[in-house]
Design a protein around this ligand. Structure first.
Ligand code: BEZ
Ligand code: FE
Length: 283
């Protein structure tokens, strides 16, 4: 018996019915919810055919901007708050463990490992010198020796090395020492715009938003038996802390960058890692 002559409501029901045989239960759940919400969105917005096609063109163009250096879809997810929503759902606050925030598009796997105390900024890099000191410990307060810290930042001109094609700069990997401590030199982070020369930038302009992020230093910290922590340290007093284009600021990650006796900026932060979810369940 053919099923046809749908209307606004029965069409949605039929699309959902055809998903019922999806063998993978999680895929079935995701697709069912996606279709329900997408149809509800279209019923609410009631787009003209031209408007619907403009949306399709926007998504097509977003795809065309993506390559191994530029991920316009991640930028869309970040600027629409979805990346932080996924972060809240998966890495909610646990005790005094350090809070997480967005990874962003400028992380590079396999940055050079440097000795503690090294400067991640090559000579001549724009920006004011800064010393970063801190430690890595578990929720039980015990120091974690040998934790792998990836750090990366934009220079004083607001650009990451990968945006300038000048070779690796302003990123490195360090290992915490036997007492869980680490220290290195860098430049004081400055506020900078997320890439805004593509479709996401046009969306920001069209919706009256700025593309700026408050100055921050990125960290990815991994240690055996612990959840890997992806986070930033933000500069207290930055004018964009309350309007970060990607909604990533948490109070606990805002740090005082004060000048020391040698006239360099200096910060200190003690990171606390959670035990890995699987290890915690097994214990
Ligand atoms: C960043 O902090 O590097 C970043 C995060 C999200 C979008 C764009 C840039
Ligand atoms: Fe960044």
């Amino acid at each position: 018996m053919p099923i046809r002559n749908f209307d606004e409501q029965t069409l949605t029901a039929e699309v959902l019915r055809r998903l019922e045989a999806t063998p993978d239960p999680r895929l079935k759940e995701v697709m069912t919810s996606f279709v329900k919400h997408l149809h509800a969105f279209v019923r609410e917005v009631r787009p003209t055919p031209e408007e619907w096609f403009a949306g399709i063109r926007f998504l097509t163009e977003t795809g065309h901007w993506c390559d191994d250096k530029r991920q316009e879809y991640i930028l869309m997810s970040d600027t629409l708050g979805v990346s932080m929503l996924v972060d809240f759902i998966n890495y909610g606050k646990t005790g005094n463990a350090t809070e997480s925030t967005v990874l962003g598009p400028f992380f590079v796997e396999g940055a050079p490992e440097m000795a503690l105390g090294a400067n991640i900024a090559k000579p001549g890099t724009p920006g004011e010198p800064c010393v970063v000191r801190g430690s890595v410990a578990g929720l039980d307060g015990k120091p974690i020796a040998g934790a792998l810290l990836d750090v990366w930042e934009a220079g004083g001109d607001g650009f990451y090395d990968v945006q300038k094609a000048e070779g690796t700069n302003l990123r490195a990997r360090f290992r915490s020492d036997r007492d869980g401590r680490f220290w290195f030199r860098c430049v004081k982070p400055q506020s900078y715009p997320v890439p805004h020369d593509g479709p996401v930038g046009r969306m920001l302009v069209a919706t009256g938003r700025h593309p700026m992020r408050p100055g921050h230093l990125h960290f990815k910290i991994a240690a055996p038996g612990c959840d890997t922590l992806v986070t930033h340290l933000f500069v207290r007093g930055d004018e964009y802390l309350d309007s970060d284009a990607v909604f990533g600021v948490k109070d606990s990650l805002v740090v005082d960058f004060a000048k020391n006796a040698s006239g360099e900026y200096e910060i200190r932060y003690d990171f606390v890692l959670k035990r890995a979810a699987r290890a915690a369940r097994a214990a």
